[in-house]
Design a binder for this molecule. Sequence first.
Ligand code: ATP
Ligand code: MG
Ligand code: MG
Length: 545
Amino acid sequence: NKEVGLDFIRAIVADDLATGKHAQIVTRFPPEPNGYLHLGHVKSICLNFGIAAETNGLCNLRFDDTNPAAELQEYIDNIEKDVKWLGFDWNGDVRHASSYFGQLYDWAIQLIKQGDAYVDLQSVEEIRLNRGDFNQAGTDSPFRNHTVEENLALFAKMKNGEFEAGSAVLRAKIDMASPNVHMRDPVLYRILNVEHHQTGDEWVIYPMYDYAHPLGDAIEEITHSLCTLEFEDHRPFYDWVIAKVNTPAKPRQIEFSRLNVDYTLTSKRKLKKLVDDGVVNGWDDPRMPTVAGMRRRGFTPEGLRDFCHRVGVSKNDGIVDVGLLEFCIRQSIENVAPRGMAVLRPLKVTLTNLPQAMTLKHARHPNVDLGEREIPLTQEIYIDRADFEEVPPKGFKRLVPEGEVRLRHAYVIRCDEVIKDTAGNVIELQCSIDPDTLGKNPEGRKVKGVIQWVSASAGVPAEVRIYDRLFNNADPEEGDDFMQNVNPNSRTILQAIIEPSLAEAQPGDRFQFEREGYFIADEKDHTTAKPVFNRILDLKDSWKG
Ligand code: ATP
Ligand code: MG
Ligand code: MG
């Protein structure tokens, strides 16, 4: 297919529709419910659901729940929530590989009868050693030539719980000398004396992922089974299973490169360790690259989808600049987030000559009609400590003793007096307004700096959580232990004062705090009585295209 702009997978799909190989495309997103979804999964979700949507096809959501020891209903519930939040809907009901266990078992019996599978009574360790490696062919199991009848009897004993876990497995009978290690009689079933979240104690034998996955795809008549590159070596076995069982549907596995983003860890196992060790406050901590964490952080589904679109799909492994993700998120928020003023490190300012309290009215957004808000101006206000310097560094454009600055949306003020406590800390500034500067420039001089401020009496206290990168290293896995690369200062909590219009926020509402960045009212902890905001991102864009 020569259509421009199609990635290699979409080109294959378009061909298969054009040639009539398939009348309708069916894809699936197949997570193992052993953790929360992360940024890497978002790529796979956008690809699978995206192709279905673009071709008027279908995309299933299937839990590949073949390893009950690591799986939880909590994970299932959150994966469903995350996929919906990203803006996708699956075909029909959610599916579970475990609901195919009966069928998979019958097909295992079929493989035994065909002479394509046998029960191996070697220990786990012996099986591992006899598999050989890259340089060395494997060694046949002494049990490899059991008769069909012996294998059927042994497999029945496995199923009936008459073997200890680890003392018997069912293996495919392929080729112990294959150059592809995955073709050296891979295990099809193992014994696990573990309750399953869906099937309870019905089974003590569980199919291996590599056996269940192609057959789950075939049962669901998946046309294109998209997975990441590390499964390329598993494809011959995928095709072997489909061919030997001879399912009516013959799904085609296609591999694409994983999403890797700098400063970002995308491995459920390692993310779980951050949660288990208390490095973060749960899977949905706003520093986590999980969908739940990114949602709570304030990232948008639109921004995440745009990011995946821009990253594209290929077979080239590369590392994507996290600046691109941040750029996409900012873009998605910029024109929908109302603006307001918040002072994150309050310093009291008294406007000595303000004749009376007043209410200013300003647009909530400079370019988009999001309505107006009222901004009370009172004699006592707060400005940010960082906007005043007693001994200013060169080029400092904000407030200094005897200097002037504009209060955003209000007057130009002059700092007349600096008040300190006994320890010498600045605790208050006494300033005077220039009454002729509301909405116009001062006469005869230029005032360059503009700073945000909030009325002391009308402003509302709010907890503001500032997040930084969770890892100091561009490659979080650099060195022997990724835990050593964790940034110990990835969260700072500030007691801020916000303008009243911001205090109307509902959990999940996003804003731009002028000059500070984008913020979201925390989905769990925010109430109008006790506002809590997370900084989504600052305003500085590092993405250079
Ligand atoms: P992890 O290594 O984090 O546990 P996984 O691949 O084991 O991830 P699954 O639940 O099996 O997690 O993944 C579901 C789907 O998401 C698979 O098709 C997998 O290939 C895909 N996926 C997982 N991580 C990434 C990634 N970083 N980039 C693209 N796709 C991914
Ligand atoms: Mg997996
Ligand atoms: Mg995994």
